[in-house]
Design a protein around this ligand. Structure first.
Ligand code: RB5
Length: 147
């Protein structure tokens, strides 16, 4: 799968671990920054990653900040993005099965690296169930359009 991964400084080390993990599993990964632990603004990197998913340049995206909160709120401002902030396996499964999340957000100060990588795998493996959930996704898109 072609993926984009981005973080602020708080998520930098987890982002690096995610990229290594994804590449080791044969995924094509675009690293949308940041490039160090020097303080930066999460909205900048959320926008870079979310725009690549919204345009179709990447199939899905993963974003990380200290808590996952700021970067997920920011990513969700880009039309077409359904970015789910997940802290456990159940949330991650549901984010795919019910919400068809196209981006995963995590907090590097919340999750241990091995557990975060487990969530990354679930996010990529779990299918969207469609059916009544598609109707709800369509309603989210209506809100975006202002209908
Ligand atoms: C940066 O210190 C921190 O505020 C940021 O990584 C994130 O947790 C914001 O939601």
């Amino acid at each position: 799968m072609k993926l984009v991964v981005a973080s602020d400084h708080g998520g930098f080390s987890l982002k690096q671990a995610i990229i290594e993990h994804l590449q080791a599993n044969g995924h094509e990964v675009i690293d949308a920054g940041t490039d160090s632990e020097e303080s930066v603004d999460y909205a900048v990197y959320a926008k870079k990653a979310a725009s690549m998913v919204a345009s179709g340049a990447c199939e899905r995206g993963i974003v990380v900040c200290g808590t996952g909160i700021g970067i997920s709120i920011s990513a969700n401002k880009v039309h077409g993005i359904r970015c789910a902030l997940c802290t456990n396996e159940f949330m991650t499964k549901m984010a795919r099965r019910h919400n068809d999340a196209n981006m995963l957000a995590m907090g590097a100060r919340i999750l241990a690296v091995p557990y975060a990588l487990t969530l990354v795998d679930l996010f990529l493996e779990e299918p969207f169930e469609g059916g009544r959930h598609q109707r709800r996704i369509d309603q989210i898109a209506e809100i975006e359009r202002g209908d």
